[in-house]
Design a protein around this ligand. Structure first.
Ligand code: 3LM
Length: 409
């Protein structure tokens, strides 16, 4: 596959094959099955001696183009698309793990990934330990003779902790285990984990990759040796495929990914600065801020800080409810990566699958609110946050104005 020098070109042209009619856009093959010219050809396609479509659960020309484009963007040999991000997460783990194996995962993870690891995989004989991945000694200590995989998100959903991929991969290689990274918050435009030696990278394509809030999808990228069983075994037999129509919508959405990510990052940075200076806010979690522990990895591991941030309000559960309910432009909905700015309350929504203890260990408090900053004009975004914050009761736990202005020691 031809690679392009720039990702902003690749999101438009990567992996495109011009069809016989000369269609500018990728044709949509909205067909469950494909006609064989003769019986011998059908058998040869099933036997793998001849390339060509068979049946959409096994592969589809529209979905193939999306997979080629993502593979180029992530720097992978191949990509395999799924009907949801969770389809991608579960397929990646089921490909690499079997009964008796052990997994070390980060404490902070999207809620359903946490549920998959703690509730579903143990039913299949796959055990796990969750630890803070910023403490590599703890990661190493959590490994057993049966550990096969390290799994993490960076930045973490919902509180944007950032982990050092080079250091984690070095540990994994030393111990002979594989690493899987959920790159949903960054997209391949801001972070390419395979370049750091990670084995599989995956996305909820529901988010930035599609970018328009109208598709649920996932994708896994990696080297052929790992992708072949993922495609020809796990996806074929568990069947979590992506609809060709949704693949087509993601291909359309991808064309503006570079432009969108730039604007998401700019808007989120401005929001982070605004919140950091607001007396009703106790803490802002955004790797773009120099106060964030992951800031040092900007430039080395990430080329931008992304469009999601989290804030801890000076207050409690009720303060968070009041703040979220007061927002007008920010729409109260889970998900992220859309044109619309979205707000949600992780403890009661995306991370409700955690027990209260696991949530506390993961650093997800009741006063934590997640913002997925959209593409609207920044003045409208800031005005909405200001009106919702200004009305909150003053409980005196936020930054003082002097602190916020950097006037204290
Ligand atoms: C959310 N997240 O609002 P799907 N990996 C990451 C994710 O953030 C998600 C998935 C995987 C949210 C969804 S909550 C009901 C809505 C880092 C999803 C799973 O299966 O495409 O939803 O992806 O944080």
């Amino acid at each position: 596959m031809a690679a392009f020098k720039h990702q902003s070109t690749c999101v438009i042209h990567g992996g495109h094959v011009r069809d016989e009619q000369g269609s500018l856009t990728t044709p949509l093959y909205q067909s469950a099955t494909f006609v064989f010219p003769d019986c011998q050809t059908g058998g040869a396609r099933f036997g793998g001696e001849q390339a060509g479509p068979i049946y959409t659960r096994l592969g589809n020309p529209t979905t193939d183009e999306l997979e080629r484009r993502l593979a180029l963007l992530e720097g992978a040999d191949e990509a395999v698309a799924f009907g949801s991000g969770m389809g991608a997460v579960s397929a990646a783990l089921l490909t690499l793990l079997q009964a008796g194996d052990h997994l070390v995962a980060a404490t902070g993870l999207y809620g359903c990934t946490h549920a998959l690891i703690t509730e579903q995989l143990p039913r299949l004989g796959i055990q796990s330990t969750q630890v803070d991945f910023s403490d590599l000694d703890a990661v190493e200590a959590a490994m057993t003779a049966d550990t096969r995989v390290l799994f993490l998100e960076t930045p973490v959903n919902p509180h944007l902790a950032v982990y050092d991929l080079d250091a984690i991969v070095a540990l994994a290689k030393r111990k002979g285990v594989l690493t899987v990274v959920d790159n949903t918050f960054m997209t391949p435009l801001l972070q390419r984990p395979l370049r750091h030696g990670v084995d599989l990278v995956l996305h909820s394509a529901t988010k930035y990759l599609n970018g328009h809030g109208d598709v649920v999808a996932g994708i896994v990228c990696g080297r052929t040796e790992l992708m072949t069983p993922l495609r020809n075994g796990i996806r074929k037999d568990f069947g979590a495929i992506l609809s060709p129509h949704d693949a087509w919508l993601i291909l359309r959405g991808l064309k503006t990914l570079a432009l969108r990510m730039e604007r998401h990052c700019d808007n989120a940075m401005a929001v982070a600065h605004f919140l950091e200076a607001h007396p009703k806010v106790r803490k802002v979690h955004y790797p773009g801020l120099s106060s964030h522990p992951g800031h040092r990895l900007l430039g080395r591991q990430m080329s931008g800080a992304g469009g999601v941030l989290a804030l801890e309000l000076a207050g409690d559960f009720d303060t968070a409810m009041t703040f979220v309910n007061r927002l007008r432009l920010f729409t109260l909905a889970v998900s992220l990566g859309d044109a619309e700015s979205l707000v949600q309350h992780p403890a009661s929504m995306t991370h409700s699958p955690y027990s209260a203890e696991a949530r506390a260990a993961a650093g997800i408090g009741d006063n934590l609110v997640r913002l997925a900053v959209g593409l609207e004009h920044i003045e409208d975004i800031l005005a909405d946050l200001k009106q919702a914050l200004d009305e909150l009761p003053d409980v005196g736990q936020g930054h003082t104005e002097q602190e916020a202005l950097g006037e204290t020691e």
